[in-house]
Design a protein around this ligand. Structure first.
Ligand SMILES: NC(=O)c1ccc[n+]([C@@H]2O[C@H](COP(=O)([O-])OP(=O)(O)OC[C@H]3O[C@@H](n4cnc5c(N)ncnc54)[C@H](OP(=O)(O)O)[C@@H]3O)[C@@H](O)[C@H]2O)c1
Length: 294
């Protein structure tokens, strides 16, 4: 039975002129090992996507590079025709090589091809949100985004893209994008232990731009910390629930896209993220950032 997104932890939030559940879902974990190939458990992947929508999640994050293409195709199979309330965000700017690497693909022709592949694989006439993914697997890199971003703006003018965002971006690149066209979100790595974007999040909040942390649970190696475990034990919950609740409390412009390939973990994360952290809990969790060398 479907539940409403308003009852999910964090309620709903604006993403441009779209309304999405602040508790979203990141689809990267659905592909095969190291995000290559089809899902190891195809029925399980379909079940996770359908459960996400049934729980009231209206924001799914994906990319043509996941699989590559397999993840978008499984989203299509699981959920098409999409409920009107569901918004799928995707990314362009990197492809996959035979070794599973993520080489950049950011010529205007590359991003045009990627947008058309996303449209085809997802079975859509227009993409709700396309993030230009910058940098590389090691993080953001100083480089101009003008050429690929202008190519996306042109596709937006043609009606193939509703909203634009940037990912794996420096503050300078966020400013460069905004000087070219409006963006509705920044999707960067951020979690309890990785706090490089603290200042940027606050700036974006003041400008009505969403901040979408990737690796909210630590990514391929989920967060582990004695302070996190201590707070979770005291609240009789899981470290993952505390990590997600902390993000929701950190700033109202934060949208969650935690990844999982497990229906049980998805339910556990949705159930746990609504807890309220006290001043004492927050002070203890601050120690994680202070002790992290990231
Ligand atoms: N823009 C970019 O460059 C970029 C880069 C990376 C990711 N992303 C996006 O961000 C999303 C989130 O990142 P992510 O999925 O890589 O990492 P994540 O959300 O930080 O963590 C996912 C990991 O946590 C585990 N997990 C989830 N819930 C759990 C629970 N309750 N108990 C124990 N383990 C749990 C998952 O394993 P199970 O499958 O076993 O649950 C998986 O290994 C991705 O799905 C993707 O959409 C974007």
């Amino acid at each position: 039975m479907s539940t409403s997104s308003a009852s999910l932890p964090g309620g709903t939030q604006a993403l441009g002129d779209l309304t999405v559940s602040r508790f979203g879902y990141g689809a990267m974990q659905l592909a095969g090992p190291w995000v290559m190939g089809p899902p190891a458990d195809r029925d399980g992947a379909l079940a996770v996507l359908r459960e996400a929508v049934d729980l009231g999640i209206t924001h799914i994050d994906t990319a043509g590079a996941y699989g590559p293409r397999f993840t978008n195709q499984i989203i299509h199979e699981a959920l098409h025709p999409y409920p009107e309330v569901l918004h799928i965000a995707t990314k362009v700017g990197a492809v996959r090589d035979a070794e599973g690497g993520w080489p950049p693909a950011r010529t205007p022709e590359d991003v045009r091809r990627a947008v058309h592949e996303n449209l085809e694989d997802l079975g859509l006439d227009a993409l709700d949100l396309v993030n230009l993914r910058l940098g590389d697997a090691q993080g953001p890199r100083p480089e101009s985004l003008a050429e690929p971003f202008e190519a996306l703006v042109e596709l937006q003018r043609q009606g193939l893209i509703r909203h634009l965002g940037v990912s794996n971006a420096t503050s300078e690149q966020v400013a460069e994008a905004r000087a070219i066209a409006p963006i509705v979100c920044v999707q960067n790595m951020y979690n309890l232990a990785h706090r490089q974007d603290d200042e940027l999040i606050d700036e974006l909040a003041g400008q009505g731009i969403a901040y979408v942390p990737f690796f909210p649970l630590g990514g391929f190696t989920p967060l582990q910390s004695s302070a996190l475990t201590a707070v979770a034990d005291r609240l009789d919950t899981t470290p993952m629930s505390v990590a997600l609740a902390w993000l929701l409390q950190r700033s109202p412009n934060i949208l969650l896209i935690p990844g999982t390939s497990s229906v049980a973990h998805l339910r556990e994360n949705v159930a746990g993220a609504g807890l309220t952290l006290s001043g004492e809990d927050l002070a203890e969790l601050e120690k994680i950032a202070a002790s992290s060398i990231s």
